[in-house]
Each structure stands twice: as C-alpha cells, then as structure tokens.
Design a protein around this ligand. Structure first.
Ligand code: AMP
Length: 216
C-alpha cells in the first residue's frame, strides 16, 4: 500500500502517518524528520540545510529527490510506504512517479488533510517537541502530564524554530504556492482523498481507515 500524505504543515499528517504505519506495518517516511536527524547529527547535508529549515523555505528539489530515491531503494518499502512531507512541488511529484514506475509501483492513495491557515498558526504555536525522543505534544489539545516536560524522558520540551508564528505563516504561503498544484496533480489522477483535518485525531484516523482499510 503506497500512500502519500498531503496538507499544510501542522495539519496532523505526521500523527496520522505514524498511526497508519503501525496499523499496516509499513514504514513512515518523513522527509522533515530525515533532514532534522541530519542536522542533529551535524552531517554535511545537515549543515547545508539547517538555515533553510529555520527559515521555513524549501530545500531544493534535486536534493530531496536524491534522498527519496535512496530511501525507496531500501527493502522495507516492499509492502508499501507512507510518505509524509514529500512530494511538496510538482517536479518532486513527477520525479516520484518516474521513480516508482521504475520500481513497478505507483502512488495508490494521496491523502489530503485539509486545515485552514488560522487553525494552523494556532496549532503550531502550541506545539512542543521532546528534544530527546522526538515525541510531539500540543499545549492545548495534547499537553504533557507536567508543565512542558516530556512524559517519557522527563526533559524540557522545546518549540521548533520553524513553529514560530512568523515562520508558520511563511511555510503556509510556500505550501499554498508550491504544494497546492501537487494536490491538483493527484486529483486529476483520481487518487486524491480529502479529509477534514480540523476534526479530532480519532475521527480523522477513522476516516483514513475507511479510505485505505479495504486493502489491508
Ligand atoms: P516538515 O517537518 O515536513 O514540515 O519539514 C520541515 C522542513 O524540511 C520544511 O519546511 C522544508 O524546509 C524541509 N523539507 C521537508 N521535506 C521537504 C521537501 N519534500 N521538499 C523541500 N523541502 C522539504
């Protein structure tokens, strides 16, 4: 089962992708997480992209396509995969199709988690991340048990640089310009399924299972 999660930053794609990954036993591939890991590890790639991520702008297509090509060549994607954060531009979507064709695969479900900008800015300003385990909290809808402390690791939670309100607005603008054409691309191919991302997490999960459930 090959799934692509679409939607603005903060729509809840990551949460839902993790859920589907567990449910169907297929890897969750988040390009944002992969880049953040490179940055934390201080690799040459990490150093190259650090400032771009901070600003909320997009990393160049060629680099992202190379990263995905390498990731999709791994054995664990044989039964399927869930891409989260890729493709974000039309050229990435076209490159992905080409790549999948060469692997005798295709995108079966492009799931669009739709959320308006105002809700996104509110949500992301309340988002906190554990710097140790990567667990994500929301101070309004999913707070930790103790004030801004990770339930699992006991360390102080942080706000991602790119979750600051000015950067969130910039990311949403880029998303509208660059990623909405990708949504239309999948719509034309009849693989686009839209869910209302303002609903609560459990409801969205249920809707996703209804969309992809039949083919488990
Ligand atoms: P995310 O966690 O998916 O919101 O990604 C965080 C940041 O990583 C984005 O704001 C971009 O700077 C970069 N990034 C992640 N995926 C891509 C992609 N497919 N194309 C370009 N930049 C990306």
């Amino acid at each position: 089962m090959n799934i692509v999660m679409m939607g603005p930053p903060g729509a809840g794609k990551g949460t839902q992708a993790k859920f589907l990954s567990k449910e169907f036993g297929i890897p969750h591939i988040s390009t944002g997480d992969m880049l953040r890991e490179e940055i934390s590890a201080g690799t040459p790639l990490g150093k190259k992209v650090e400032e771009i991520l901070k600003s909320g702008k997009l990393v160049e297509d060629k680099l992202m396509i190379d990263i995905i090509r390498e990731r999709l060549s791994k054995k664990d994607v044989e039964k399927g995969f869930i891409l989260d954060g890729f493709p974000r531009t039309l050229s990435q979507a076209e490159a992905l199709d080409e790549l999948l064709e060469s692997l005798h695969k295709r995108v079966e479900y492009s799931i669009y988690v739709e959320v308006p900008e105002k809700v996104i800015v509110e949500r992301l300003s309340a988002r906190r991340v554990c710097p140790k385990c990567g667990r994500i909290y929301n101070m309004i809808s999913n707070p930790p048990k103790h004030d801004e402390i990770c339930d699992v690791c006991g360390v102080k939670l942080i706000t991602r640089d790119d979750d600051k309100p000015e950067t969130v607005r910039e990311r949403y603008k880029i998303y509208t310009e660059m990623t909405e054409p990708v949504i239309n691309y999948y719509r034309k191919r009849n693989v686009l399924f839209t869910v209302d991302g303002t609903l609560d997490v459990e409801k969205v999960k249920e809707m996703l299972l209804n969309i992809v459930g039949g083919t488990k």
